[in-house]
Write a protein that binds this ligand. Sequence first.
Ligand SMILES: O=C(O)CCC(=O)C(=O)O
Ligand SMILES: [Fe+2]
Length: 304
Amino acid sequence: MIQNLDLKKLDQRDPAELAKLQSAVQDVGFLTVSNTGLDSDRIRQVIGAYRAFFHLPETEKNQVDMAATGSNRGWGASQSEQVDPEANPDLKEVFDCGYEVPAGNRYHDADLSVYAPNLWPDNPPEFRSTIQAYYSDACAVAMRVLRVIAAALGRDANSFDSGFDTPMALLRGNYYPQRPSWAGDRDFGIGAHTDYGCLTLLATDGTAGLEVFMPDQSWERVEAAPGTFVINFGEMLEFWTAGQVKATLHRVVGDAHERLSVPLFFNPSYDTNVAPPDSGETIRAGEHLTQRFNETYVHLQAAS
Ligand SMILES: O=C(O)CCC(=O)C(=O)O
Ligand SMILES: [Fe+2]
């Protein structure tokens, strides 16, 4: 079962809520969370901005097409990403934006694609300001959730903080058009995958579609109305916690309804070592993320 938790209670270290969190991260790797401070009106505004962008004619979206770049900022057309090598490229469209590295930061002149400059469309006019404001508020919620996870695992609540000073956090709008009539059994809105980073904070427009691969090997639907978030964990947090946090497979098949979702992939700074503690290994977060991007974005598959 996928648990719904209350972030305010977790912040207050409510013992029953922390115990539920511990089993959600270890056994299932998925949960939903409410009471984050980001309310339903705010999420509707953000989803509305993405929806207006995705409904623009392709000629306009083409002006910010990431395929013309060596990174993943801007619009990705349908079938521009293949998260499951056994399936066809995903049917969804995306819009990705990332962290804006300030001048003076050690990564500012590093020319790393994970910190590439954002590409913003001219329309809708309020798109950039709406999405940028949400980016920073969503990162703050994600960091709060990571702190309560550290506490639930019996660690110092701030033990992950120093790894996130320049987060490679990627905010995405996913647009799933109606599933086309020609789609076959290798075609998905997004194929089965695990996320690459640490924590994913996902808002949706309330339309069903996300399915989680449960410990009993069944696919379970998880729904979240605007104001409730789905949280799951990526490969890096599984390594970093030596498996105490589970990176769980999930997918969206798609159906007759258009659907929007907005994941924030909260990834650490490039040089953060996400290898299991005391393993003597080094897994540099930026190298793992770059490799996974190169494997899955079609325009980067060809270039790498
Ligand atoms: O649309 C969803 O509900 C999930 C999207 C997802 O898994 C992803 O973008 O990694
Ligand atoms: Fe995902």
